[in-house]
Structures are given as structure tokens and as C-alpha cells.
Design a protein around this ligand. Structure first.
Ligand code: FAD
Length: 406
């Protein structure tokens, strides 16, 4: 730690008490930050983990998903129910309804907010699934098992449809694109995953645009009308950064805080991490905005290391990773692929377990593994090290991924 840092080890304020905010506070303490750490969160609840919200918490198999962190013991001042409404950089102050909060070092970790379906806000029976309150509202809905329309066949839509089928609801999933997971996977990979919906007894309508929603009914642009005791909208999320307008923090066209390779923002002493921030990836040659849990775990470690060092010390350039549990399958993805990358199948997608790999310049850049966690773990290491691999060996699912190197 530099001398200068020791003198200035005073106030770190973190805005957003989700995974990224909590992990930043914990990482600072673990690495020896002795100054005050204040964590401000808009939600009134004890900070909690989101992935269980579309899984165990939704189905009532778990009451909540609060993080097991001893904030008091770690000397982290946790201020809940405090929404930050503005940032005045010249004064190094934040605005909240409870009054101004000064900072010396600031970490933005406000996550993302779900996109809403235009015209559906406030209509009874229309739900989003982002917060603990959303999940709590949906639990009794599922228990009553109404005919349910899910708008969006992305990761959240698939997980919600899984839970709704398990609860005995009649489920129709409406997707505007021509396939499931259109933003994430190519058509040939998405096709077998679309069959999971039908197998689970959910009806999947692709190329279907919602025209309007009214209580109890969803009208599609092609004239079809769907009965909907409940509607769940899962059409994506955008960085929760509106409150930063006019603050001087640079935002990208997608609304993300455009952090640099060290997760610094355009303002001195202000960092950004998790779902609200994008960062330039030298590994993939583009700026990435990652809305997955592992990014909210790893990013804070870099931010904390850099704050501790008092200078840009640790570059953040991860191999992104996420998982999804849908239709009885454990789906994992690591890396990042583009349309031009070579696609290699490992196994038959009609089987319960298979993987798909993407190669660029002879090295693995991404993998999607369905029920093959070993493939994922081994591939993740090869992606990290950019080791050249043999496409022929890789395409044989009985050859371990780690043995497919050249
Ligand atoms: P968030 O978790 O969104 O936390 C940000 C916090 O900041 C929120 O509590 C918010 O209230 C608060 N906040 C926002 N604005 C302000 C403000 N102005 N002032 C004060 N506080 C503010 N990822 C996976 O990899 N696998 C999964 O299976 C998976 N399942 C998911 C299921 C669901 C239902 C959801 C919603 C997400 C899931 N994710 C999953 C994604 C993962 O949970 C997120 O990437 C992760 O939560 C991001 O953490 P974060 O701290 O950046 O943002």
C-alpha cells in the first residue's frame, strides 16, 4: 500500500447494495482497507442474491437469499432504504432523500433495472422479476396456477417458465425474435433449446410481438389473443444509471458507465462495477457489458485492489461466466463468441448432455455446456490461457476438453 493511500484511507462510499456493492465492501476489508466503508442501498431488505429469485425463492423452496455477511463485524456501515438521486462531483457529495452523503472514493454498483413492456405498467397481473419484492409478489400467483404468459424467451423467461410449469400453470412464452435466446446464441444452438419448452409442456410462440396487454389478456400483433391470469415480462435489463445524468460520469449508448480497464469512471476517485458498468476487454477486442453474477463477484476484487493500491494496478479482463437452470437442465456458458467464430458440437443436442465450443484463430473463445460441468471447467481454463486446440479432438465428446490441446 502506498504512503499516499495510507493518508487518504478514509471514506469509501458504495452506491448499490447488491452483489457487486457487497462484494466490493467485503473485498476492501479482506484486503486491509481500514478507513470507513459505507454501503448505500435503495431497497429496504438485507442485501440478497438474485439468482435464487427465479429458482428456489420463486417456488417457495427458500424463504430468501440474504448474503451471509457480518456487516457490523466487518465495520461496514450499511444504510438500507436510501436511494441516491444525484452525484455532485465538484463537492464530492451524493444526494439522497436523507440528506447529502460525502465521499472521498466512490464506487458505483447500482446494477440494472428490467425493461418494461410499453403500455403494460400498472396493469393488474403484469409482473417483472428483478427484486425480492417481485419474487414475493409472484409466489402466491404461481401457487394459484393461473394461465401465464411469459414475454421474452431469454434466460429469465426460460427460468420463470420452468418454475411456472413446475407450479402447474399453463404457460405460453411469447418471443418477438425468430428464436429463443436470440441475442446470445446462433439459431442452430437455440433450436434444440427451444424444444425444451415444448417438452416441459410450455407453448412457445416465436416471431410473436405483443401488441397490447390488458388485465387478463395479451393481444399479439398478428391478431391472436392469449388468456393471461398472469403476465411476466422478461425482455432484458438496462444499467440503473439514470440518476447519474448530468453528473459528469460518462455513460455509453446502452446506459452503462463506461469504465476503463481498471474499472475507473471518467471522474477521478469514482469507480464502477457489476451490471451498471461496461469495460474494455483486450481479450475480446471490444467493450463488454456483462449482466451475470460472476462479473459482480470478480469485478469488485479488481476495484478493491486498485483502491487499495491508490493507483491503477489490476486490469479487469475476465473470461465471462454464467449459469442458468432451466427445464431440469444445468446450462453454463464461459467466454464470449461472435458470429464469425467456428462452432464445434460435442455430442448430440437431442441427448440430455452436450456442449458447443467456439474457436477463433485455433483457440477456444467460448463454450456452452448443457449438463457437462467438466467440459465447462476445463474449457474455461483453456479460454483463459488462449491455448490452441484440435477441432477434431474437441468434437469427440468422449475426449476430455483438456486433452484436446495441440
Ligand atoms: P444488482 O443485483 O441489480 O444490485 C444493485 C443494487 O443497487 C440493487 O439492490 C438496487 O436496488 C440498488 N440501487 C440501484 N440504484 C440505486 C440508487 N440510485 N441508490 C441506491 N441503491 C441503488 N446470473 C447468473 O450468472 N446466473 C443466474 O442464474 C442468474 N439468475 C438471475 C435471476 C434473476 C431473477 C436476476 C434478476 C438476475 C440473475 N442473474 C443471474 C444475474 C445476476 O443476479 C446479476 O448479474 C447480479 O445481481 C448483478 O449484481 P449487481 O450488484 O451489479 O446489481
Amino acid at each position: 500500500m502506498s504512503e499516499q493511500t495510507e493518508q487518504t484511507q478514509s471514506g469509501v462510499v458504495i452506491v448499490g447494495a447488491g452483489m457487486a456493492g457487497v462484494q466490493t465492501a467485503v473485498a476492501l476489508r479482506e484486503r486491509g482497507w481500514t478507513g470507513p466503508v459505507t454501503l448505500l442501498g435503495a431497497e429496504p431488505h438485507q442485501p440478497y442474491d438474485r439468482p435464487p429469485l427465479s429458482k428456489a425463492v420463486l417456488l417457495g423452496k427458500a424463504e430468501d437469499s440474504a448474503f451471509d455477511v457480518d456487516f457490523e463485524g466487518l465495520g461496514i456501515e450499511l444504510r438500507l432504504g436510501v436511494e441516491v438521486t444525484g452525484l455532485r462531483a465538484a463537492e464530492r457529495e451524493l444526494d439522497t432523500e436523507a440528506g447529502p452523503v460525502p465521499y472521498e472514493v466512490l464506487v458505483l454498483a447500482t446494477g440494472a433495472e428490467p425493461l418494461t413492456l410499453p403500455g403494460s405498467e400498472g396493469i393488474p397481473g403484469v409482473h417483472l422479476l428483478r427484486t425480492l419484492d417481485d419474487a414475493a409478489r409472484l409466489r402466491p400467483v404461481l401457487a394459484a396456477a393461473p394461465a401465464t404468459v411469459v414475454v421474452g424467451a431469454g434466460w429469465i423467461g426460460a427460468e420463470f417458465a420452468t418454475a411456472a410449469r413446475e407450479a402447474g400453470c399453463e404457460v405460453t412464452v411469447v418471443e418477438a425474435a425468430d428464436r429463443v435466446l436470440a441475442g446470445a446464441l446462433p439459431a442452430e444452438v437455440a433450436a434444440p433449446m427451444a424444444r425444451w419448452y415444448e417438452e416441459a409442456g410450455a407453448s412457445l410462440l416465436t416471431g410473436a410481438r405483443v401488441a397490447s396487454v390488458e388485465a387478463g389478456r395479451v393481444a399479439l400483433a398478428d391478431g391472436r389473443s392469449l388468456e393471461a391470469g398472469a403476465v411476466v415480462v422478461g425482455i432484458g435489463a438496462r444499467p440503473a444509471t439514470r440518476w447519474l445524468a448530468g453528473s459528469g460520469v460518462e455513460l455509453g449508448p446502452d446506459g452503462s458507465v463506461t469504465a476503463d480497464a481498471y474499472l475507473r469512471t471518467s471522474l477521478p476517485g469514482v469507480w464502477a462495477v457489476g451490471d451498471c458498468a461496461s469495460f474494455p476487454s483486450a481479450r475480446y477486442g471490444e467493450r463488454l457489458l456483462v449482466h451475470h453474477w460472476d462479473n459482480a463477484l470478480q469485478g469488485p476484487r479488481s476495484v478493491a485492489a486498485n483502491i487499495l493500491a491508490g493507483e491503477p494496478a489490476q486490469v479487469y479482463d475476465p473470461v465471462p461466466y454464467f449459469w442458468s437452470e432451466q427445464f431440469g437442465r444445468f446450462v453454463q456458458y464461459a467466454g464470449y463468441h461472435g458470429g464469425a467464430d467456428e462452432l464445434i458440437w460435442r455430442g448430440d443436442p437431442a441427448d440430455p448432455a452436450w456442449s458447443v465450443c467456439w474457436l477463433r484463430g485455433g483457440a477456444l473463445v467460448a463454450i456452452l455446456a448443457v449438463g457437462r460441468p467438466r467440459d465447462l471447467a476445463q474449457a474455461r481454463r483453456l479460454i483463459e490461457s488462449a491455448t490452441p486446440v484440435s477441432p477434431a479432438a474437441l468434437s469427440d465428446p468422449s475426449t476430455p476438453v483438456k486433452s484436446a490441446t495441440l
